[in-house]
Design a protein around this ligand. Structure first.
Ligand code: MG
Length: 158
């Protein structure tokens, strides 16, 4: 049994949506990023890699690599899962927190949860999605960007 955590932040920029857990969420702006800037999937990838002792997302997927320009971040999670399989590890459960003043997560929370469960190949009950603001404090409170934190538990694969 192994535990890992991941954190990711992206600044808001031009656009009309943000990607969260592989779900397109309408918003008054987008994020500045090399890939699709999905903070949930980036934090989750880091949590998966961290739990397995495999470093971090930047080591495996350089943010200067043209292959990842505009990339669907589900690719990073799938690649991390592939590495876990090679180490005979599987996901037990995952808990994700999105930190932002907006967009509000409530309308899409279950959609994101289902998307993450499908991606991680676990039941929806093994995935939790939470959201919080920072009470208008700091860069998140000023709505300059969006952040996510993920914690995962890995179990030995049979
Ligand atoms: Mg990122």
């Amino acid at each position: 049994m192994r535990i890992g955590c991941g954190i990711d932040v992206h600044a808001f920029g031009p656009g009309d949506h943000v990607m969260l857990g592989g779900v397109r969420v309408a918003h008054s702006c987008g994020v500045l990023a090399h890939s699709d800037g999905d903070v949930v999937l980036h934090a989750l990838t880091d949590a998966l890699l961290g739990a397995a002792g495999l470093g971090d997302i930047g080591q495996h997927f350089k943010d200067t690599d043209p292959r990842w320009r505009g990339a669907d971040s589900r690719r990073f999670v799938r690649a991390a899962l592939e590495m876990l399989r090679a180490h005979k590890l599987r996901v037990g459960n995952a808990d994700v927190t999105v930190l932002a003043e907006a967009p509000k997560l409530a309308p899409v929370r279950e959609q994101i949860r289902a998307a993450l469960a499908e991606l991680l190949q676990v039941s929806a009950g093994a995935v939790n999605v939470k959201a919080t603001t920072t009470e208008k404090l700091g860069f998140l409170g000023r709505a300059e960007g969006i952040a996510a934190q993920a914690v995962v538990l890995l179990l030995d694969a049979p």
